[in-house]
Write a protein that binds this ligand. Sequence first.
Ligand code: NG1
Length: 467
Amino acid sequence: MHTQWIEQNEILDRIYHPEDIKAQGIRYNALIEKFTQWTGNRDYLIARAPGRVNIIGEHTDYNHCPVLPCAVDRDIIAVFAPAEDGKITVADFVDKYGVREFELEPEIPSYPAGDWGNYIKAALQGLLNDKALSPGSESVKGFTMMIHSTIPAAAGMSSSSAMVVLSAIAALHVNHTKVPPLELAELMARAERYTGTQGGGMDQAAILLGEKDKALKIDFAPLKCELTPFPGDYQILIAHSTVQAPKTREVMDKYNRRSIECRLAAALIGAHEKDRGRPSVSYMGELTPDYEAADVIRPEGYSKAEIREILGISKEELDRSYCLRKDGSVFPEPEEGFLLYKRALHVISEWKRVEESALRLKEGNIQELGRLMYASHTSCRDNHEISCRELDELVDCARQHKSPGARLTGAGFGGCTVHICRNDKLDGYRKDLENCFYRKVLGQDSAEGHMFTVYPSEGARILKGKG
Ligand code: NG1
């Protein structure tokens, strides 16, 4: 009976590539089947949240500088039902991660760092904090949910934010509450900080606002989104570096260090501008994309003592305002000091590249977009220092084999690269990358499971709901 919903449903045509519809139907049906076996509940609801690929604009979002991602057809789907009480229970179809169960309460205690359940908790805590759901109210309902994901984890494709957004739309739906997508994207960007990452708002916005066959130019503060068609004669190919980059304490510290350095760079620029009677600056996005940071910040690292002196603030204020981790510990001064110039150089030049890329994409000038993608990778490698040997080798292979554009995508330190390729060249290009990188560089027998195409896809939605 319940399998008919998928067979009759046209929603899948709006989300997936025509060649993939049948396999997706089977996937949804298998999840529905297992959910009903697990809970005995045939009165299920269905939700979906996509992953995202970032075409260009890396580590710019937390500076309120723009990004150019797409939501993709790799996603997390969920079958769920409201709970009678405020209990949240979530299981994973393949049983890889284990069931997570917790009560809705005003302050939801987190699982240990890195636990997947924290992405569910982050969403719920965010909705409670924001009063989208009333904290402490007896009537707030939880849900029982089973999920299935096709987004590679720890790979820079936003599996974590997809889980956050999915949990939020399910919680809002069972509580008959609506939050407009732009507002929800901002709310969820703040909410995900519960997990300890000092990120920006790209992932949540792309996941909520994506549309089929479109890329999104996203601007922050205020959040704005412009959709641009992605040309049908090109494909987006993802190639994994095989280096996992889970947000463990170490990777989180590397990511958060960039976020801290960027805010410190903005503060130093702000102090300089204030001395000249100009408006204050808290984020680099309040400047312009041709701002010359070299006039204000020197290339060598800065110590905490120097920064305090320039900003005229105490040790406590510096640590509290810029260097506090989620667990309350203080982020230490890096050995070479905080590299404010390199970070500012990356962010401001990347901002300019995003603006240009958005224009080139609108004109359908993929050669030029690709050139900007390669330049972005170089800046990610040399200035923001978020690449690794494998990511660099993959991008070098792309250049050798004449992909119009390639670069690392997402947070970096491992994970995936994004490549643009003409439809008619795709098969040959995949073979080239297989030989050049997976066989020669890594010495593997094949590239099995490491390369796949993605299609710009629709944003997160309740696919089968009530009311
Ligand atoms: P991924 O790659 O999904 O971990 C992270 C941040 C983004 C953005 C990118 C780099 C979170 C949830 N995500 O994405 O905000 O800064 O890195 O551009 O913090």
